[in-house]
Design a protein around this ligand. Structure first.
Ligand code: 4NP
Length: 154
């Protein structure tokens, strides 16, 4: 199974989702069963590591995302990945706009897929530290549902 997390810049939410879900897979002994990646709909931060605030918030919870590098999502990603998970509705609309006809990936809003209290992961970029904590709280909940889905599919 191949999963791609997508946000706008690929420096805050989606690399956090990637790092956290890798950690959740590792704890469950399922790392070898799932390919995990992240990308942004925008090109602004290509090649950059995650935002320092995201790195720090992740590190406080025990995982390191400092080695990740931002990339922009490509139409070919719809052929390679099984599941593409958008952080907010605007990411979802941007993804729909570049999806090729022959896409094999299922495309969902990450939190809505699991009917969580929030349907979107709010963009923390222009806000304070609490926004980064909220992102991780939401991603932890969603990640455990995704892990259940992975287990059921194996
Ligand atoms: P992300 O957050 O989509 O979660 O990576 C953002 C990062 C950068 C910008 C906006 C959102 N920006 O405007 O540069």
């Amino acid at each position: 199974m191949k999963v791609l997390f997508v946000c706008l810049g690929n420096i805050c939410r989606s690399p956090s989702a990637e790092g956290l879900f890798r950690q959740q897979l590792k704890s469950a002994g399922l790392s070898s069963q799932v390919t995990v990646d992240s990308a942004g709909t925008a090109a602004w931060h290509i090649g950059n590591p995650p935002d320092k605030r995201s790195q720090q918030a992740a590190l406080k919870r025990g995982y390191d995302i400092s080695n990740l590098k931002a990339r922009q999502v490509q139409p070919e990603d719809f052929l390679h990945f099984d599941l593409i998970l958008a952080m907010d509705k605007s990411n979802l609309d941007d993804l729909k706009a570049i999806a090729p006809k022959e896409a094999k990936a299922q495309l969902s809003l990450y939190l809505q897929r699991y009917s969580l209290a929030y349907s979107e992961v709010p963009d923390p970029y222009y806000g304070g530290e609490e926004g980064f904590e909220l992102v991780l709280n939401l991603l932890e909940q969603a990640g455990s549902h995704l892990l259940d889905e992975v287990r059921e599919s194996l």
